[in-house]
Design a protein around this ligand. Sequence first.
Ligand code: AMP
Length: 170
Amino acid sequence: MNLTSYIRDIQDFPKPGIIFKDITPLLANPTAVNECLQQLLQNLNGQKIDKVVGAESRGFFFGTLLAHELNAGFVPVRKPGKLPYSTLKATYELEYGTDTLEVHTDAIKPGERILIHDDVLATGGTAKAVCELVERLGGVIVQCNFLMELSFLNGREKLAPHPVFAPLVY
Ligand code: AMP
C-alpha cells in the first residue's frame, strides 16, 4: 500500500513558502490508518511503553490509537492555557519568535517508559520541547515517532540521542 498517496500537499499553507502535509485523506481511510498504525507498532519491536505523549493537535489522532494498541496511557501536550490542572511549560524557538507547550505535572511518573508521537517531524523544535517536558517529569524516552519526517530539515539531529521513526520520509 502506498501511504504517500493519502498525504495531500497544500502549497503556501498556512503561509507563503510552506508546503503543508495534509493528513486528512489518510485519516478518512481506515485501511491506510491501519497500515500506518501497524508500521509504527512494528518498529517499536515489542518494547514496553507506559505512556504515549501526543503533541497538540495532530499528534492526538495516532497518539491515542497507539496508546490503545500498546495498552498504555495517553498524555496530551498542549498549547498554553488549555490544560486545566497545574502544568509544566517548555518554550522553544520558531523561525520568528517562540512558542510554548504544556503538560500536566502529574501526567508522567519518574521511570515511566514514554513514546512521543506527532504527525510531522519538521525542524524538530516541537518534539524537542516535548522531550524536555517528559524528561523534566522523570520519563524515559523510548522513541519519538511521526507519520512523516521532512528529512531535509534535519529535525532528527535535534532529537538525538533518542530513536526516531517515521513510515513516510520526504
Ligand atoms: P517542527 O517543530 O518544525 O518539527 O514542526 C512540527 C510541528 O509543526 C508538528 O506539530 C506539525 O504538525 C507541524 N508542521 C510543521 N511543518 C509542517 C508541514 N509542512 N505540514 C504539516 N504540518 C507541519
